[in-house]
Design a protein around this ligand. Structure first.
Ligand SMILES: C[S@@+](CC[C@H](N)C(=O)[O-])C[C@H]1O[C@@H](n2cnc3c(N)ncnc32)[C@H](O)[C@@H]1O
Length: 204
């Protein structure tokens, strides 16, 4: 399996090594995405495509008494994230729930979450429209979505998101019914990342 495929869906020992690389490289971008989500004390929040689990740890420390859920389809990423979140203090790790799943089939009832975030995973969601509809379903009305994608983030079919990924993602979010869609490109680690915020509509 080549390196791009390992970034898209980490497998085996190679996947675990790629996960360690992600955790080293993506910290500033992940922290910015969590800051965009701005979780408030006591909220229930979900990270989709958590990879090695750094975002889960950042989320868990972002406000008091958060309930944090995460999904990722990759077995080695679940193992890495479980290891990372087990190291968090008692009283924090018990508030984190991890599931093996993809964005198009989220194992929670309608309106479960106040906020959803995803770093370098939305470009892998297949199909994108069904996945965004699923994210909207699990968000409560008025719930927030924050996503970030590196310009060089790997796509599911190879290649990279590229400098115009906003032309793909923003119309898809609007088509899925999200409102207050805002975006900007920010420099990070010698590259650029697209940051997008959106809100689930108050009424279906
Ligand atoms: C490039 S990694 C990003 C990991 C982490 N969020 C970060 O920024 O370091 C992409 C992650 O998305 C996961 N992924 C791939 N397809 C997915 C899908 N359809 N739904 C949710 N997650 C997916 C992969 O297993 C992988 O852990």
């Amino acid at each position: 399996m080549d390196l791009d495929q390992q970034f898209a869906l980490p497998r085996g020992l190679g996947g675990a090594l790629v996960g360690a690389l992600m955790a080293r490289r993506h910290g500033p971008q992940i922290r910015a995405c969590v800051a965009d989500l701005a979780p408030a004390a006591g909220e229930h929040v979900l990270e989709i495509g958590f990879g090695p689990g750094l975002g889960l740890a950042v989320l868990a420390g972002a406000a008091a008494d958060l309930l944090v859920a995460g999904v990722d389809p990759s077995e080695p990423m679940l193992t890495s994230a479980r290891r990372r979140t087990r190291r968090l203090g008692s009283g924090v790790r018990e508030r984190i729930e991890l599931c093996q799943a993809t964005a198009d089939d989220l194992p929670w009832p309608d309106g479960t979450f106040d906020g959803v975030c995803a770093t370098n995973s939305v470009q892998l969601w297949q199909p994108l429209d069904a996945s965004l509809a699923e994210v909207r379903r699990v968000l409560r009305p008025g719930g927030r979505l924050a996503v970030s994608v590196l310009q060089q983030a790997v796509l599911h079919d190879g290649g990279s998101a590229g400098p115009h990924y906003d032309d793909v993602l923003l119309p898809a979010l609007k088509e899925a019914g999200f409102t207050e869609v805002q975006s900007d490109w920010r420099p990070v680690g010698g590259s650029r990342a697209l940051h997008v915020r959106a809100v689930s509509p108050q009424r279906a």
